[in-house]
Design a binder for this molecule. Structure first.
Ligand code: SF4
Length: 368
């Protein structure tokens, strides 16, 4: 490896990317969360560094999230009816590409687990696909405020029976502490960041967020995926309220105002740090210092190897700063599905094509 390439892998050489502009590239709640947690973590993230092991942590959740996107989008766009959903789930799981960090056996097990959960989910929330009044799905926003572009993707927006609007946010969790989660959600960064974006875009304050949790059962490995599928279906069917939780978190005008004031303050702080590093040419690593108190709170930070060794050799660089906001043809896992189907550019087109094929798929045998 040449000296220049080695330099690129040294933490000492980290800088704010020369082409990054708050007013054009902007910030997502995830990147802002990095900044709030640890300035050094923000510096890694804004340089698009990522640990390959991250895929192992997020692979299952991303797959389920894409599935939820597909079934709600297809329903929203009128591509299929409730009776089609099981076939859609099976079609997508059959083709979804989990990251290669999972062995073929692990992939089969995770897909069997997901299939069982998602089939139980659509039974449990049948009303979502018969009564819910969805107003938007997978809405990507890009709004100007405080001299920044605020970016994000809202899983869904719906009206309740009174006509009040709510954001819908899907979460796949393994372990949750319901008591602390409910309290934290009353001032949650992501929920309020998205409500604020909706308010900036439309001038309307939504009533709150329906926080939709799918709990991942902790199960042992099975020899065959069908055994996993049958076991998890039985497990969830016996206690669906435990595995599917949907909190309604209302936010008042005062809650939103407080959030807006704090957000302006935070973004101003961040802007000043970027300015000191880029324009005033002060020491970037000092400005974006490490927060040693956050390295394993609550989980081990992805950048702990880099902070411990000063090297980034085991890390890789993402193609885009905001990969999660990319078009479906750039999102790992589903990009190839569109290619293989060869249709248009939206999720809807994937769904259109998928349901036609899904109807022809053989069903996985039901639990005896
Ligand atoms: S390991 Fe600790 S200091 Fe380093 S980026 Fe992560 S949280 Fe910050």
């Amino acid at each position: 490896m040449s000296a220049t390439k080695l330099d690129n892998y040294s933490v000492n050489n980290l800088r704010i990317p020369v082409d990054y502009l708050p007013s054009q590239d902007g910030i997502s709640q995830s990147l802002l969360g990095d900044w709030q947690t640890c300035r050094r973590r923000f510096l890694f993230s804004i340089n698009r560094w990522s640990h390959p092991a991250k895929e192992r942590k997020t692979g299952y959740g991303s797959m389920n999230h894409e599935l939820l996107d597909i079934i709600y989008s297809g329903f929203f766009f009128g591509d299929y009816k409730y009776r089609d959903l099981t076939a859609v789930i099976r079609f997508f799981l059959d083709r979804y590409q989990l990251p290669r960090v999972f062995s073929p056996q692990e992939q089969e097990q995770l897909k069997a687990l997901s299939q069982a959960i998602m089939e139980c989910y659509i039974e449990y929330y049948r009303a979502d696909f018969t009564e819910f009044r969805l107003k938007a799905v997978e809405h990507i926003f890009e709004v100007k405020k405080y001299g920044w572009i605020l970016r994000g993707k809202i899983d869904g927006c719906l009206a309740d029976k009174t006509g009040a609007g709510w954001n819908l946010e899907h979460k796949n969790y393994s372990r949750i502490n319901e008591e602390s989660l409910q309290k934290r959600l009353s001032f949650d960064l992501q929920n309020l960041f998205y409500l604020n974006a909706h308010f900036i875009e439309t001038g309307i304050q939504l009533k709150g967020v329906k926080y939709n949790i799918l709990r991942k059962p902790e199960v042992k490995k099975f020899d065959r995926p069908i055994e996993m599928y049958s076991y998890v279906r039985g497990l969830i069917s016996n206690n669906p309220d435990y595995y599917f939780i949907r909190y309604e978190i209302p936010y008042t005008k005062i809650d939103l105002k407080r959030f807006q004031d704090e957000l302006a303050f935070k973004l101003n702080d961040l802007y000043e740090c970027i300015k000191r590093a880029v324009i005033d040419k002060q020491n970037t690593l000092n400005i974006f210092y490490k927060n040693e108190c956050a390295c394993d709170q609550p989980y081990q930070c992805d950048f702990i190897d880099a902070c411990a060794s000063g090297k980034l050799n085991v890390y890789c660089r993402q193609k885009h700063l905001f990969m999660e906001l990319g078009a479906s043809d750039e999102r790992p896992g589903i990009a190839h599905i569109k290619e293989s189907i060869g249709t248009g550019t939206t999720t809807k087109s994937i769904v259109d094509a998928s349901i036609k094929k899904a109807r022809k798929l053989p069903a996985i045998p039901k639990k005896k």
